[in-house]
Design a protein around this ligand. Sequence first.
Ligand SMILES: Cc1ncc(COP(=O)(O)O)c(C=O)c1O
Length: 427
Amino acid sequence: MQLTADTRVPVMTSPIVGPSLNGRLSGLSDYPFTRLAALLADVTPRSNIAPLMLSIGEPQHEPPALLAQALASAPLADWGKYPPTIGTAPFRAAIHGWLCRRYGLPAGFVDVDKGILPATGTREALFQVALLATPQLKDGRQPAVLIPNPFYAVYEGAAALAGAEPVFMPATRQTGFLPDLDALAPDLLARTALMYLCTPSNPQGAVADLAYLKKAITLARAYGFVLALDECYAEIWDKAPPPGGFEAALALEHEGAGQGHAGQGTANLLVFNSLSKRSSAAGLRSGFIAGDPALIQAFTRLRSYALAGNALPAQAAAAALWNDDAHVEENRRLYRQKIDAAEAALAGRYGFYRPAGGFFLWLDVGDGEAATRRLWGEAGLRVLPGAYFTRSEPDGSNAGHSYIRVALVHDTETVARACETIARVLG
Ligand SMILES: Cc1ncc(COP(=O)(O)O)c(C=O)c1O
């Protein structure tokens, strides 16, 4: 495993950290924001410019009033209670209700008691799933964890720290910005313990269709691995709601008598989602894991040791938010407005396209690092070079090298001005 090629800052190792964890930690690349800080350390924006952060995907829309109301009405005594690992019944019922509404699932397809767990955002749960899914050996060899490339950094860290080999699946313009599932060799699939997929994808905003999701689930069942679907951008979409993993599992269930899918329900599938993007509530740290009851049972056991859980008032507020769709519709309207503004400023340049989902622009600017430095120095706009979340090939080439990621998280006017500035600075 060669993961050090992209590391910029020497990794400190400690003699008091176990040798195997030390080795795995030092094999990791620096986190993208650490690398960004190093890239921009010697660049100072012009003095009259107020810096604007377009680098981090933290929604700046005001969270819905419902959130404050729900938190305020929680009994004070609930702050004094340890939350149960499996969450409260109203929390799980709200997730179940939303899944049924959003994906047209029959009640019980996702088991409300045995198929849903609260998470403190998807991030920690996406990390832990690698610990859950990685055996010592798979097919007699080191297990592989399949990761789209580019990718959310947590997937790589989770895979490597769980003792698996992170194996990257190219998701380039040529592959429609999603991994080509037909290109995965049977020999690799045989030792795969876990596949991460993200739809809508970060950073490209590509949406997997139902056929694609069905294929991924079919592979997971044929080769006995866990499919972790990161759907945390599922509610931020442009023209049509992205299909979800459970919709695909249900379709397989209906079609699948001859293909071994009948009676499989949500087998091999775990879906991850949160309120961070849907309700602009990243600070609430509230998400969920849902799917295969056998995996959820094992996850519950793992989390009963590893997790502190969500405060009861936070779970009550989360339930209120999952039960409400009106604020999400308004959220989508704002993101669409911003994509319109971005399109007006950037169409025809840098390979601009309207992302089908999510709120990032993935712009092909020639040299992502150079563009990032210019945008920061000349205009105070902080963006992320695409190479910082794209693994390099063994020959040193990097499919993200020519890209920057721009997060459209601010208000429409600010985003419009920022996009006009990008066009002016980069020409
Ligand atoms: C692809 C992806 N997955 C997961 C997360 C984690 O989000 P949270 O933990 O707030 O749900 C993020 C956050 O930006 C993300 O971009």
